[in-house]
Structure formats: C-alpha cells, structure tokens
Design a protein around this ligand. Structure first.
Ligand code: KG4
Ligand code: ZN
Length: 331
C-alpha cells in the first residue's frame, strides 16, 4: 500500500511517498528557515504563504523522486495539528483535493504521532510497549508506545519545550537562528562541566520544566564570570540532556520496556543521541533513533503513521479539519 504524506504544520513544506508504512520511496522537504531567520522565529502568516507557493512543486518533486504518478497512490495522509492553523490548512486542502479527485482514502495524522512514526521507517524490529521521548520546538513528551497507533502521553513540559529552551538559550548566547543545531555544534567544543546549571528533575512526575534553566543561563551570561560561549553552550545543553535522559530511562524501567525511541527535531542533537545511547546501553535497553533528516519535520513520518492508522480502521472524510492545539489521544 502506497501512501502520499503531506506535512505543513510549521515552517517546512514536505511531501513523501511511503510503501507499507516503512519503505521510503521519496521524501522532499522545502525549509523556510532563511525566510524566518531575519525575524528570529517563525512568522505564521509568512509560513502559510510560502506553503501555498511550494506545495504543488513539492508534490511534483515527490512523485518524480518516487518514480510513480498519482495513479499509483492508494491513500493520502496529512498532518492536522498541532501547529500553525494557516500553515496546516494549506497541507490539508492539498490532501483533500487529491483524495477527492482520485477517490482516495484520507487520513488525518497528529504531528507528534508522526514524529514517533519516524522510528517505524527504518526497518528495525519494534518491541511494544516502548518508551518514546519526543523533543521538538513545541513539544517535550514522554510517551508509552503501546502499538503503532496507541500512544499514551505520560509526561510533558510545563513551560518551554526542549527545542524552545535550546533556541532561546542560543539567542541569549548570540548564536543566531535556528539556535538548536548551532548550539549543539558549539557545545561539542566546550566543557559541559564548566558551569553547574540546575537539573530540574521534578520528582514524582514525568513532566519537564526548562524555563528556570533559561533564567540561570541569562544570569550566567550577565555575570562577570568569564566563561567561553562554547563552555556555556556545552554546560547548558548538558543540563537539558541530563534531565531528558534521566526521565526517559526512569520511565522505561518503571514500565518495564525493552526499547526506547527518540523523535523530534532535538533528537538530531549529537549530544542527546550520544548520552541517550550510553544510558540505554548501561541499562540493557535497545535504542531506536531515526536518521537526522527524519527527526526534523518531514512528510515520510506522516505517511508512516497514516498507514498504521488506516490499517487499524481509522479513515477520515472530506469534512476533516485542522486544529492548532490538537491533543494526542490514545488510539
Ligand atoms: O520537530 P521539529 O523540526 O519541529 C517542531 O515540530 O517543532 O523541531 C524543531 C526543533 C527546533 O527547536 C530546533 O532548534 C531543534 O528542533 N533542532 C535541534 C537540532 N536540529 C533541530 N536541536 C539540537 N540539535 C540539533 N541538531
Ligand atoms: Zn515537529
């Protein structure tokens, strides 16, 4: 079964063709990073307009890369939230148009379900239940993955998401936009023990809170202590990663799972990937980490999640709508 996936929830327009939820035939992504860089963040109205301009060309590119046409597609999967409302509507309208014109099944996908499903694309053996840490610009979720379509969120951020904390931290350090990848790169040249930032572990819950850490970084930047930017970046990132790793491993042990998954844009972080791999190895847990280009926003992950939803009997009609703050419910 070949699914066309469409993702336009934020500042990446992406279209993909995926076979049976796991074989990637194409995955094209047009990033608007440069457009939003001069504003220091994503401007929703501008994002929507760029999606409108890009979507048709990306559809054509995805078919060309997959070496198939629309007539070889069996269903259409599209992100319906959470995300920027105007941006989501561009992808949804494109998906509905194709589904209507070709009488294809249509399935709406939660963006976070998509991020988790990036782990279903790499052909590894999945062992359910698993624990997945989803760390993106808007989310820090700890999820028990009961099956490909049954996700139980047991912890979330109470303030800043991990990616948001990295992006804001990078701005405090004058590192430019988007901050996460720049900070991750610079951190590898610094000493993670140079500054002892707090580790907000919030005992008794799997929730996260990173806003105090950001304030601690601001205090350190304003102080007259002469730490290098690389040392500050390394110490700040280490504090965030320590919390992410500790809580993920702790949940994995409590639930008794054998497999941990990483997902979301921050899962592209070299430091997080390394530290999570070491912690899982110490605890005898197997770790799945998608390749970097499948950690950040892409349509292949949406097509994969959509395939499993359809297989489980979920299908939407043409009244399907997008919801900016769509909650992730158990399937
Ligand atoms: O999943 P994503 O592409 O979009 C959202 O759904 O939010 O995640 C974007 C976030 C941004 O905060 C970005 O700074 C962060 O992921 N990010 C990284 C890296 N690449 C992207 N953070 C650390 N290291 C990276 N290599
Ligand atoms: Zn995302």
């Amino acid at each position: 079964m070949r699914l066309l996936g469409i993702e336009t929830s934020c500042d990446e327009t992406s279209v993909a063709v995926v076979e049976d939820g796991c074989r990637l035939l194409s995955n094209v992504v047009a990033s608007q990073v440069e457009v939003h860089a001069r504003f220091g963040g994503v401007v929703p109205e501008i994002a929507s307009r760029h999606h409108v301009e890009s979507i048709s060309a990306l559809l054509a590119a995805a078919f060309e890369e997959a070496k198939i046409g629309l007539d070889a597609i069996d269903a259409v999967a599209v992100t319906i939230g959470p995300g920027l409302q105007g941006a989501l509507l561009v992808g949804l309208t494109a998906a509905k148009t194709l589904a209507f014109a070709r009488h294809l099944p249509l399935v709406g996908v939660h963006h976070i379900h998509g991020h988790v499903a990036a782990n279903f694309l790499n052909g590894h053996t999945l062992r359910f239940p698993a624990v997945c840490l989803v760390v993106s610009g808007g989310h820090t979720d700890l999820i028990v993955v009961h099956s490909e379509v049954d996700l139980e969120v047991v912890g979330r951020t109470r303030d800043d998401a991990a990616g948001e904390a990295l992006d804001k931290g990078a701005r405090l350090l004058g590192l430019g936009y988007p901050g996460g990848p720049i900070l991750d790169r610079l951190a590898q040249e610094g000493n993670p023990d140079a500054v002892l930032f707090p580790r907000p572990l919030l005992p008794g819950t799997y929730d996260f809170s990173f806003s105090g850490l950001k304030t601690a970084l601001l205090r350190e930047v304003k102080s007259d202590r002469a730490h290098s930017t690389a040392d500050l970046a390394a110490s700040y990132l280490q504090a965030i990663v320590d919390v992410l790793v500790a809580k993920t491993v702790s949940l994995a042990r409590e639930v008794g799972v054998h497999q941990v998954m990483l997902a979301g844009g921050v899962a592209a972080s070299t430091v997080l990937r390394r530290e999570m791999a070491q912690a899982c190895a110490r605890c005898g847990l197997s770790l799945l980490v998608p390749p970097r280009h499948l950690c950040t926003d892409n349509a292949a992950m949406i097509a994969s999640a959509g395939y499993y939803l359809l297989r489980a009997g979920h299908c939407d009609d043409l009244a399907l709508n997008a919801t900016a703050n769509l909650p992730l419910r158990r399937g």
